[in-house]
Design a protein around this ligand. Structure first.
Ligand code: PLP
Length: 376
């Protein structure tokens, strides 16, 4: 059996042919495939506008510059990749880490309490962790009651739905971001996107992506004007054509992820040692399959489990180390927040391999080895 990682891309001949065509075309970057990819993703999610960038972190960065002001306080989750709260810092704003719910998502009731207590809080960054969307009606309530800016980090959740609301549609938020890293549902190698329904925000994002530079039809042919400090966060046409090709297959990829999630659920049903983070949920687009184990009741530690599985050629992962406990964040004064649910979750959690190209046999091999090692 070849090595089974926790996540990986699925590139087909159709993807390769599409990329090869673009390599032979006139535009490798700033060409027609960028707008085509943006329209395709906006259409898929049901948002009005989309801005494609070179990775999900760049998407978070420009969205944060557009949504936040220096010194703004922003509620966010400790259970995410570093990039989510780093982007708040990039904008000179201040993350406030809120505890999670048992399903790994930020606890929006605690967010509401924090907003009642401190009306100077300006924004909320919510991650649909593992592909399972946060409660949209609660986002709507927080927006209406407190007038805060909301960003949805959809890096895990393209294709997910909550009560018919598609992740990235920005129905109850100002902007959403995506990542197209190879472990995600669909890939462009590296790549990211911001979606929004706000025209002014959209225009600003395009300027920030391209050096803060503007070119209008009234200008002389060589002229451009720099209006603010922006970046080169452009994505190439080569990446975008891969994204267009992958997007066509996205629903099939998600279907397969769901099948695998159900099979894991069934395999672990009634096993008190291995508990899925949540029981099968058709709304989740299953970027991750997270399980919880009470290591205190086992003979092996989590580290030993990771090593033993690796010896069998299986890559486990852990999503996530609480961001606020990272040394850099501790230097900024974070790290002592009371987040009991996150602490318990972090002690118990790990992620099993899940990707659409995974075969039934590979999954059975993962399940068998995990059950044997845990039982030992
Ligand atoms: C929740 C979340 N947000 C943001 C990002 C950043 O995306 P990228 O790796 O494309 O910069 C990631 C990537 O892993 C992520 O998981």
């Amino acid at each position: 059996m070849t090595f089974i990682p926790y996540g990986r891309q699925w590139i087909g001949n159709d993807d390769i042919e599409a990329v090869a065509e673009t390599l032979k075309s006139d535009f490798l970057t700033t060409g027609p495939k960028v707008a085509e990819f943006e329209e395709a993703v906006a259409g898929y999610c049901g948002a009005k506008y989309a801005v494609a960038v070179c990775n999900g972190t760049a998407a978070l960065h420009i969205a944060s510059l557009a949504l936040l002001k220096h010194g703004d306080k922003v509620l966010t989750t400790p259970n995410s990749f570093l990039a989510t709260s780093n982007a708040i810092l990039y904008a000179g704003a201040k993350p406030i880490f809120v505890d999670i719910q048992k399903n790994g998502n930020i606890d929006l009731d605690l967010c509401e309490k924090a907003l009642e207590k401190d009306p100077s809080i300006k924004a909320l960054y919510a991650v649909h962790f593992s592909g399972n969307p946060v409660e949209q009606e609660k986002l709507a309530r927080l927006k209406e009651r407190f007038g805060i800016n909301i960003l949805e980090d959809c890096a895990h959740s393209i294709g997910a739905e909550y009560g018919g609301i598609k992740a990235g549609s920005c129905t109850n938020s100002d902007a959403s971001i995506f990542s197209f890293h190879p472990v995600k549902h669909m890939t462009t190698g590296e790549g990211g996107m911001v979606t929004t329904n706000d025209k002014a925000l959209y225009e600003r994002l395009k300027i920030l992506r391209n050096h803060g530079m503007v070119k209008t039809p009234k200008m002389k042919p060589w002229e451009y004007e720099m209006r603010e400090l922006g970046f080169n966060y452009r994505i190439t046409d080569i990446q975008c054509v891969l994204g267009i090709s992958q997007l066509k297959k996205l629903d099939g990829f998600i279907q397969r992820r769901k099948e695998l999630a159900r099979a894991y659920d069934e395999a672990f049903a009634g096993n008190p040692l291995i508990r899925p983070l949540y029981n099968y949920n058709g709304d989740s687009s299953y970027h991750l399959y997270v399980v919880l184990t009470d290591f205190g009741s086992l003979k092996i530690s989590k580290e030993q489990l990771f090593v033993k599985m690796l010896e069998k050629g299986i890559g486990l992962q852990l999503h996530y180390i609480p961001i606020n406990r990272q040394p850099f964040y501790r230097r900024l004064g974070y790290g002592e927040e009371k987040t009991p649910v996150m602490d318990r979750y972090y002690a118990d959690c790990f992620s099993l391999p899940l990707y659409p190209k995974m075969t039934d046999n590979e999954q059975k091999y993962v399940i068998k080895n995990l059950q044997e090692i845990v039982r030992e």
